[in-house]
Design a protein around this ligand. Structure first.
Ligand SMILES: CC(C)(COP(=O)(O)OP(=O)(O)OC[C@H]1O[C@@H](n2cnc3c(N)ncnc32)[C@H](O)[C@@H]1OP(=O)(O)O)[C@@H](O)C(=O)NCCC(=O)NCCS
Length: 125
């Protein structure tokens, strides 16, 4: 398994966004991976992308981890941690790195020194 910066071949969106009521389209997925400021991917020995993570940053003060996902069959092997470590490393010495997550992921993000806070969200379902 290798953690890479960027994604060379856009994966099939049908493989990701597991459990989402409405997946983004392939076009939207392509734009996410093209336009995010930081993109990392976990690629297996066959060259298949088995995980990805994205972040947005102003490169000055504030950054936001927007998406992270590891394919279900590859979860629990340290891939999510390796990708998050790489994202944080690439965001550099910046004042704030935020994300929004469900309750069951608080423990995961705490491993990176992140603390529980209050977020306001607007979603266009
Ligand atoms: C969340 C996710 C990215 C974690 O990736 P992963 O590869 O399964 O996690 P890792 O194997 O790297 O786990 C790293 C550490 O976090 C812990 N961990 C993983 N998921 C956790 C959770 N939900 N709560 C608490 N700890 C968790 C692991 O036990 C491990 O701990 P250790 O280092 O002490 O052994 C993955 O489960 C996933 O893709 N989930 C579905 C999509 C999702 O929820 N994304 C986040 C949106 S905010």
């Amino acid at each position: 398994m290798e953690i890479r910066d960027g994604v060379e071949v856009i994966p099939d969106v049908e493989d990701f966004f597991v459990g989402w009521t409405k997946r983004p389209t392939q076009e939207v997925f392509k734009n996410i991976l093209k336009n995010s400021d930081v993109v990392v991917a976990a690629v297996d020995e066959t060259g298949t992308v088995v995980g990805f993570a994205t972040a947005l940053t102003d490169h000055a003060l504030a950054a936001y981890i927007s998406l992270i996902e590891v394919l279900p069959e590859h979860q629990g092997k340290g891939i999510g941690k390796a990708m998050t470590d790489r994202i944080i490393e690439r965001l550099g010495n910046i004042y704030m790195i935020d994300t929004v997550c469900d309750e069951n992921l608080v423990g995961f993000y705490e491993k990176f020194g992140m603390k529980r806070g209050i977020a306001m969200m607007k979603r266009n379902y």
